[in-house]
Design a protein around this ligand. Structure first.
Ligand code: SF4
Length: 336
C-alpha cells in the first residue's frame, strides 16, 4: 500500500507532470520511516527516465587546503583548523595517473578539483597549469574531462572549453536564504553567475549541494527548485559529515531514512537528470546505500572524496550488479 500524498505526487511524475514546491515540501515533512514504502515506486520513477543505466564519476583533489573562502562545511577552508592535507597543484602526470585509474575502475567522468575561491582569481601561470591538465586528460582519451574550479569568468570558461573541458561542477550548496549562514566570503549570486556562464557556453553543468548543515526542509526544496530553474545537467547530493575543526563539526548526521527521503524528493523534482550521491554516502546512509538507487539516485562518486577515503570500486560495482543495473562506460571519442 503506497501512502498518500506520496502516491499522488509520484504518480504525477510518472505521468510526465512536474511537481510543485508545496508538494515537494509536503513529502519532506512526512515521517522519515515512511520512505521504505516509497522505494518500489521511486524505482519505477528512476527507471522511466534512466532504465537500468547508472554511472560513476571520480575526482582528484588537484590542489588541497588553504582556501581563502570560509565555507563552514569545508575541511579545506583556510579559515578552519582541520587535519586535511594542504598541497599546491599536483603535477600533470599525477593527475593523468588518477584519471587512468578512475577509468579502469569504471568511472566515465573525471573531475579536476581545486580548493580555491576560483580559477578566475588565480595567476596566469596557475591557470595555464590547470589548462594543461585538462588538455592531457582529453588527449589521454579514456574518460570525460570535468573540473570543479570555483568561480569562473567568461574568458576562463572559453579557455577551459578550448582545452577540452566538457563538464563543470559548481555547487550552489544550499538555498539562497541559508547560503549566508554557511559562507560570507562570496555570494550565492556569484555562484549562480558561474553556472549561467557555463550553461551559456555549452558546458555540461553539474551542480548540487549539501544537506544536513542546519537548513530547513524549505531550504532543501529551494535548493532542488533552484537547480531545476538553472537547468543543470546533473546534480550531486552530499550529506554533511561534520569535519573536526569546522564550525559544523558537531552537527548531527542525517539518518539513513532522511537521506533516502531527500534523495527521493530530489529525484521527483529533477526526474530527467543524473542524480549523483557523493559525500556522506557511507557515513550517513551506512548499510542502506543500495537503497539510494531505489530512492532515485543514478550515480555515485566512485573512489576517494576530496579529503576522505571512499568505498572500494569493486564494492560499488557489486552493489549495482546485485540490483540488476548496468554501468555506463566511457565511449572514447579520440583514438587511443
Ligand atoms: S570555496 Fe570550495 S574549497 Fe574553498 S572553502 Fe568553499 S567549498 Fe572549500
Amino acid at each position: 500500500m503506497i501512502p498518500q500524498p506520496f502516491n499522488d505526487i509520484s504518480r504525477k511524475v510518472l505521468d510526465g507532470e512536474r511537481i510543485t514546491r508545496a508538494e515537494a515540501l509536503a513529502l519532506l515533512r512526512r515521517p522519515e520511516a515512511e520512505v521504505d514504502s516509497w522505494l518500489d515506486r521511486m524505482d519505477e520513477v528512476r527507471r522511466k527516465h534512466h532504465g537500468k543505466r547508472v554511472s560513476f564519476c571520480s575526482i582528484v583533489n588537484a590542489q588541497a587546503g588553504g582556501c581563502s573562502e570560509n565555507c563552514s562545511f569545508c575541511a579545506q577552508s583556510g579559515h578552519h583548523k582541520t587535519d586535511s592535507p594542504v598541497y599546491k597543484l599536483l603535477p600533470v602526470e599525477q593527475v593523468l595517473k588518477a584519471a587512468a585509474e578512475a577509468s579502469g575502475n569504471g568511472a566515465n567522468r573525471f573531475g579536476v578539483v581545486i580548493a580555491s575561491k576560483g580559477l578566475a582569481y588565480e595567476p596566469e601561470a596557475y591557470v595555464e597549469q590547470v589548462l594543461e591538465m585538462i588538455r592531457a586528460i582529453k588527449a589521454q582519451g579514456r574518460i570525460v574531462p570535468d573540473a570543479s574550479l570555483g568561480i569562473l569568468d567568461e574568458r576562463t570558461i572559453l579557455r577551459l572549453k578550448e582545452a577540452g573541458l566538457e563538464g563543470l561542477n559548481h555547487n550552489i550548496e544550499t538555498s539562497r536564504r541559508f547560503f549566508p549562514s554557511i559562507c560570507t566570503t562570496h555570494t550565492f549570486d556569484e555562484r549562480l553567475e558561474t553556472i549561467r556562464l557555463a550553461k551559456k557556453h555549452g558546458l555540461f553543468v553539474c551542480s548540487g549541494g549539501i544537506v544536513g548543515m542546519g537548513e530547513t526542509d524549505e531550504d532543501r526544496v529551494d535548493l532542488a527548485f533552484t537547480l531545476r530553474d538553472l537547468d543543470v545537467d546533473t546534480s550531486p547530493l552530499n550529506f554533511l559529515i561534520g569535519v573536526h575543526g569546522t564550525p559544523l563539526a558537531l552537527r548531527e548526521a542525517l539518518s539513513p531514512e532522511k537521506c533516502l527521503q531527500i534523495t527521493a524528493v530530489f529525484r521527483l523534482v529533477l526526474p530527467e537528470i543524473d542524480l549523483r550521491v557523493c559525500g556522506g554516502r557511507q557515513q550517513c546512509v551506512g548499510d542502506r546505500q543500495a537503497d539510494l538507487y531505489r530512492a532515485g539516485a543514478t550515480s555515485v562518486l566512485m573512489g576517494n572524496y576530496l579529503t576522505r577515503p571512499g568505498t572500494e570500486p569493486e564494492e560499488d560495482l557489486a552493489m549495482v550488479a546485485a540490483q540488476g543495473l548496468d554501468v555506463e562506460r566511457f565511449k572514447p571519442l579520440l583514438p587511443r
